[in-house]
Ligand binder design. Structure first.
Ligand SMILES: NC(=O)c1ccc[n+]([C@@H]2O[C@H](COP(=O)([O-])OP(=O)(O)OC[C@H]3O[C@@H](n4cnc5c(N)ncnc54)[C@H](OP(=O)(O)O)[C@@H]3O)[C@@H](O)[C@H]2O)c1
Length: 248
């Protein structure tokens, strides 16, 4: 894959899948703007890569998406790829579900990617660029105790298909990657105690046919493939990368 001269926005670039994605794009020749709330983790992602710039923003702020795209254009002058990766998982049993928690989850997982895509659009039109949204296997599988997370990722998959159709005539491709359980800060960020996180990881390992959780790099590689400019006729697809979990 060759991204020399292309520019990429990766949200949630300070950890996990987003960090691996930002670094792989940079290694493939792209100029990257990594976005997240914590400047120090973004700076760690960039490391010595001059090709990775960082932008600190809380994507739940409705003005943040416009600011992200403005920053990318100010830094790199064009935009070829938007990777909507930032997201949060949340355990929320129905009996404990509140309006505030649903709104906060959807602000990050659904509203922010939508507004980022909206503000990226004029620039993607100029480059005939592409969008890669990060869903989850739970975007198309039920998740008891996490229905609102699953619903937010199902929304991401429908945004993907709908935007793909809306933008196809303009040559802008839109695809999604649906990872299975992958090593990252996601479970800890969901506010679960360490012992519960370990138990969930053991349960997941037991259910995944390939016998282990994924590595962020194994997921990021497919984000690059979906964004690859040579994948000229691929749009509206949701690719699951999960060690076979979806088959059982
Ligand atoms: N790991 C898995 O098993 C798995 C499985 C399926 C899908 N996914 C999806 O993969 C994506 C990446 O998750 P991950 O596993 O790599 O988890 P992660 O390590 O927790 O990464 C999430 C990233 O999003 C950023 N973020 C969170 N809230 C934000 C906000 N309000 N504004 C800006 N940035 C924010 C975080 O940075 P800051 O905290 O610095 O803002 C963090 O870098 C998510 O969409 C997740 O739903 C993960």
């Amino acid at each position: 894959m060759e991204f020399t001269g292309r520019t990429v926005v990766v949200t949630g670039a300070g950890s996990g899948i987003g960090r691996a994605t930002a670094r792989l794009f940079a290694a493939a020749g792209a100029l990257v703007l990594g976005v997240g709330r914590r400047g120090e983790t973004l700076t760690e992602t960039a490391g010595p890569h001059e090709a990775i710039s960082v932008h600190v923003a809380d994507l739940r702020d409705p003005d943040a998406p416009a600011g992200v795209i403005e920053a990318a254009i100010a830094r790199w002058g064009r935009l070829d790829v938007l990777v909507n990766n930032a997201g949060a998982a949340q355990i929320m049993p129905l009996a404990e579900t509140t309006a505030g928690e649903i709104a906060a989850l959807f602000e990050l997982n659904v509203t922010a990617p939508s507004l980022l895509a909206r503000h990226a659009l004029p620039h993607l039109r100029e480059t005939r660029g592409s969008i890669v949204n990060v869903s989850s296997t739970y975007g198309h599988r039920p998740l008891p105790g996490g229905a609102c997370y699953a619903a937010s990722k199902a929304a991401v998959e429908q945004l993907t298909r709908s935007w793909a159709l809306e933008l196809a005539a303009e040559g802008i491709r839109v695809n999604a990657l649906a990872p299975g359980p992958t090593e990252s800060g996601a479970l800890a960020s969901a506010g679960l105690p360490a012992a519960v996180v370990e138990q969930i990881k053991r349960d997941e390992e037991g259910r995944i046919p390939m016998g282990r959780r994924g590595d962020p790099g194994e997921v990021a590689a497919w984000i690059l493939r979906l964004a690859d400019p040579s994948a000229t006729w691929l749009t509206g697809q949701v690719l699951t990368v999960d060690g076979g979990l979806e088959l059982v």
